[in-house]
Design a protein around this ligand. Structure first.
Ligand SMILES: NC(=O)C1=CN([C@@H]2O[C@H](COP(=O)(O)OP(=O)(O)OC[C@H]3O[C@@H](n4cnc5c(N)ncnc54)[C@H](OP(=O)(O)O)[C@@H]3O)[C@@H](O)[C@H]2O)[C@@H](O)CC1
Ligand SMILES: Nc1ncnc2c1ncn2[C@@H]1O[C@H](COP(=O)(O)OP(=O)(O)O)[C@@H](O)[C@H]1O
Ligand SMILES: [K+]
Length: 506
């Protein structure tokens, strides 16, 4: 799914209105009804008042429609109109009249009279500003936002938490509604994916309001939300006469004394992701462990306790390396010699990234489109510090352009950057925040790259399937707390089941 900015969203709304021959009022009714339906499924109305804080633009209009729907159901409702401007949108005015016709009590919040009283059990709906927020909020509107935040009550934001733009840096931290949930229309917005603003948007729910697909398929964007449909657009199904040679040979290089588990996990994950043949190249001390725990893999050995010579014999299609590798002098020297002679596509993780950070000259030796999978700390060592997410994305862009590589910044909504293109993951959960999860991801990406995927496709498919496998594990009853990296590997088949034609039901 493409990620659009405010002006593109406005164009999308207008295009849909024209294509479907509906009015903007109809579209507002549709959007607000979808939010109301979500509320009725997810919120308890018993012994509770729903307080709608509405601006005077179309976002406020959405709030008014929802308030009307609540009143029609007999729910307790209070409506507060925040008069931040003397001009009101036409659809706002029409919906205000419909609410007045229902004899609803409307509270008007203006510069000199902006106080309101909330009760303990009140639920707040934030419909002050949506995608039309175009400048810093000031005056009594900012006071209202601060007062709402101070109540500490549950807030559900409509489209955007008021005060947060769709896709520009927030200059005035603190002047934004802190929502526990944001019901955003049709597609995610950049600012609803960035870690910096999580404290404002909370859980993000995509509300389908039926905007025209023909618009989104032609409107250009360099930012994408990686969901199932996106994966389907390039997923390769297996054919009857395919054989193990069709799916490449993955070589996983890593491990050191005490960290053989990392390479075991990565090797299993490469096999689980569909690698045709898989070899692990490890220090001698891990030989029995690997042969016993991953009988499907071949094993070659290096020095006793750590990697030093990188003298494997196989001729792989792709190499994934760094997991549990350590950063001893001997390993660094061996890694350098390896890079000097290697031309096989690479997936680089963990200690191998740390070595590249220590020895930036090694970066020149990477083959084109090498995939690097740093977690935030490893990323910082590699590209330097950033003061906000926008700066981080700029630094990542520059780095990938300079070194012709792909960066996979791991975490919630893992971000893949390849030059101007940005891909945000939609799958995964905090159960993945545990040692070993990243080793599984590297193994999966390596196994996918060994097949017929491009480096960018393998990265995107890898992050999606990895997160999806973790989500499937939770659906099977495993808790976020107890989820292990091995559970993720065991559920890779469930993740594939969404795309693959033949699946095994567990
Ligand atoms: N279009 C459609 O068909 C549909 C739209 N939908 C809904 O509409 C929302 C977008 O509505 P919107 O464009 O009216 O913008 P909104 O966020 O309500 O605010 C606009 C007002 O705020 C003002 N303003 C801005 N910044 C300000 C500031 N800092 N301080 C003070 N004022 C400020 C701005 O003034 P201006 O910049 O024009 O001077 C203008 O008056 C969207 O999020 C969704 O909820 C859905 O119903 C689906 C169909
Ligand atoms: N809160 C979270 N939500 C979703 N995914 C997460 C979260 N925390 C971590 N992950 C995922 O778990 C993996 C952790 O990788 P990493 O930090 O390298 O772990 P390790 O090195 O211990 O294996 C990454 O794929 C990351 O995207
Ligand atoms: K809002």
């Amino acid at each position: 799914m493409k990620i659009f900015n405010t002006s593109q969203i406005q164009k999308w709304d207008a295009y849909t209105i024209k294509a479907e021959q509906i009015t903007s009022l109809d579209l507002m009714e549709r959007a607000a009804t979808a939010c109301f339906d979500w509320l009725t499924e997810h919120v308890t109305f018993h012994n509770r008042r729903i307080c709608f804080f509405c601006g005077v633009g179309n976002n406020g209009g959405d709030g008014l429609v929802m308030a009307r729907k609540c009143l029609e159901k007999g729910y307790a409702v209070s409506v507060y109109i925040v008069h931040f401007s003397s001009s009101q949108s036409e659809d706002f005015k029409k919906n205000l009249q419909r609410l007045i016709d229902l004899k609803a009590t409307i509270n008007h919040l203006v510069e000199d009279n902006s106080s309101f009283n909330l009760k303990e059990s009140d639920l707040i709906i934030d419909a002050i500003f949506g995608t039309g927020m175009s400048r810093d909020i000031s005056g009594f509107t900012s006071e209202i936002i601060q007062l709402i935040n101070q109540t500490g009550k549950e807030v559900i934001a409509i489209d955007m938490p008021s005060g947060l733009s769709t896709s520009s840096l927030l200059k005035n931290d603190g002047m934004v509604i802190k929502a526990s949930t944001t019901l955003t229309f049709q597609c995610p917005k950049l600012n609803l994916l960035l870690p910096d603003y999580f404290k404002y948007y909370g859980e993000v729910v995509l509300i389908n309001i039926g905007l025209s697909e023909s618009f989104s398929s032609v409107e250009p964007s360099s930012m994408f939300y990686v969901d199932a449909n996106f994966i389907k657009s390039f997923f390769i199904k297996r054919k009857k006469f395919d054989h193990k040679g069709t799916f490449g040979h993955s070589l996983l290089i890593g491990g050191s004394f005490g960290k053989i588990g990392a390479i075991v996990l990565a090797t299993k994950a490469a096999i689980g992701a569909g690698s045709g043949l898989t070899t692990a190249f490890i220090p001698k001390c891990g030989y029995d462990i690997l042969q016993t725990s991953v009988p499907e893999a071949m094993v070659e050995i290096d020095n006793d306790l750590e990697l030093a010579y990188f003298n494997y014999k196989v001729n792989p299609t792709v190499i994934g390396l760094g997991m549990g590798m350590g950063t001893s002098e001997k390993t660094i020297e061996g890694f350098y010699r390896f890079l000097k002679h290697n031309s096989t596509p690479l997936v680089i993780d963990a200690d191998a990234i740390n070595i590249l950070s220590k020895k930036p000259s090694f970066l020149e030796l990477l083959p084109p489109e090498t995939i690097l999978t740093p977690h935030p700390k490893e990323l910082e060592r590699l590209i330097g510090k950033w003061s906000n997410d926008y700066e981080k994305i700029d630094l990542m862009t520059d780095f990938t352009e300079k070194h012709n590589c792909i960066l996979v910044n791991k975490g919630a909504n893992t971000l893949v950057v390849y030059k101007k293109e940005k891909y945000f993951n939609s799958t995964g959960n905090p159960g993945l925040a545990k040692g070993g999860s990243g080793d599984v991801l590297t193994g999966m990406i390596t196994g996918l790259l060994a097949q017929k995927y491009t480096a960018l496709q393998a990265s995107i498919l890898g992050i999606y399937l990895h997160g999806k496998a973790a989500d499937c594990a939770l659906e099977k009853g495993i808790s976020e707390e107890s989820l292990t990296a091995s559970d993720v590997i065991q559920h890779i088949d469930n993740a594939f089941a969404f795309f693959s034609s033949k699946t095994i039901k567990k």
